[in-house]
Design a binder for this molecule. Sequence first.
Ligand SMILES: NC(=O)c1ccc[n+]([C@@H]2O[C@H](COP(=O)([O-])OP(=O)(O)OC[C@H]3O[C@@H](n4cnc5c(N)ncnc54)[C@H](OP(=O)(O)O)[C@@H]3O)[C@@H](O)[C@H]2O)c1
Length: 367
Amino acid sequence: MKLRYKISGGILIVLSVAFVSLALVLSHNSACAPVPAVSSESELMKAIVYRCYGSPDVLEFEDVEKPAPADDEVLVKVRAASVNPFDWHYMRGSPYIMRMEAGLGAPKDTRLGVDFSGTIEAVGKNVKRFKPGDEVFGASSGAFAEYVTIRDDRALVLKPANLTFAQAASVPIAAITALQALRDKGKIKPGHKVLINGASGGVGTFAVQIAKSFDAEVTGVCSTRNVEMVRSIGADYVVDYTKEDYTESSKRYDLIIDNVGNHSLSANRRVLNPEGTFVIVGASDGRWIAPLMGPIKALILTPFVDQEFVTLLAKLKKEDLATLSDLMQAGDVTPVIDRHYRLSEVPAAIRYSEDGHARGKIVIDLQ
Ligand SMILES: NC(=O)c1ccc[n+]([C@@H]2O[C@H](COP(=O)([O-])OP(=O)(O)OC[C@H]3O[C@@H](n4cnc5c(N)ncnc54)[C@H](OP(=O)(O)O)[C@@H]3O)[C@@H](O)[C@H]2O)c1
C-alpha cells in the first residue's frame, strides 16, 4: 500500500475514533446526584431543581438557599414565571451539542426557568435603576423559584401598570424572539406581506401582534382549533395547516417567520417574493444533527439566491423588553395565556409544553 493511502487511512481512523468518542461523551447521562445538605442557619426558599438530564421526572420541588443580591444585583420576589421550549431543552440536555455549554453528563446549573415577573425586595449598593417595591419583569436563570437575583443592567424592566404579573412573566423569551425575528432579521416594513408559521404558540402569538404594530399584512398558520384565536389577535388571514399547505399556495410573502421547521427551504422559497426574507426561529426536533440542518442549509443556500435565509438566536436585552413594554402599554400587544400552574406543578407544565400545542403562553403562578 502506498504511503499516502496509509496516512489518509490513519487520519480517517483517528477522526472516526474522535467523532465516536465525542458522540459518546455528549450523549452520556450521569446518574442524578444526591440532594446536598442545606445549612440550618440559611434562609430557605422553594425552587425547582434538577441534577441530571431527562424527562420532567428529574425535576424536584425543593428547599434551597434563598439568594442574596451582590452589589450590582437586585433580589426579586417572583410573582409569576413562564415556560419556554428553552426550559425543556435544558432539562433534557437536547440537542446534545448544547451540553458543551450546559454541562457534560449532568447540568452545571441545577436551576431551571428564565422568564419571571415580581417585586424587588432588596438591591445591592451599586444599583441605581431599581428600588425595593418596584414591580418588574425580566429574564434570569433559575426563575422557577420564590426568589431570583439579576444584575441591574441585564434584561429587567419595570412592569407596565396595565399588565398582570402573569402577563408580564409571559413576555421575555417569546416576545423578544418575535421582535428580533421581525425587526432585526426580517427588516419588516409597513405593507409587507408576512407569514408566521406556528402563529398560535408563545412566539407566534407575539409575532402576529408585533407584525401588525408595524402595519404589515399578516397571515398566521395554525391548526383548526386556533384559527379564531389567531384571527382575534390581529391576523388578516389564517391558514389552517390541517386543511391547507401554505407552501403550495399561489400567494407570495415578503417575510416568513418559521417557528416550526416542518417545510423544506425550497418549499418555502416558492412562496417567498424574489427579494423576500425567511427567518428560522424553530427547528425540527432531534437529539443529534436534525435541529441544525435548517440553519446549515440556510447558510449554504443564501449566497446563491436573491432571497435571504437567516437563522435567529435571540438575545435577551433590556432595550427590547422596554420596546415591548411600550407596545403593551399602548395596547398594541397583549400576551395570550393558555394555562396556569403552581410552582410545584412545573413538571406538569413542562410536559404540556413538550407536547408542542401550547396556545400562547404557559404561566407558573407564585402569588
Ligand atoms: N431561535 C431562537 O432564538 C428561539 C427562541 C425562542 C423559541 N425558539 C423556538 O421556536 C419554536 C417555537 O417556540 P414557542 O415558544 O412558540 O413554542 P410553543 O409555545 O410550544 O408553540 C408551539 C406551537 O406550534 C404550533 N404548531 C405545531 N405544529 C405545527 C405545524 N405543523 N404548523 C404550524 N404550527 C404548528 C402549535 O399550534 P397548534 O396547536 O395549532 O398545532 C403551537 O401553538 C420552538 O422550537 C422553540 O424552541 C427559538
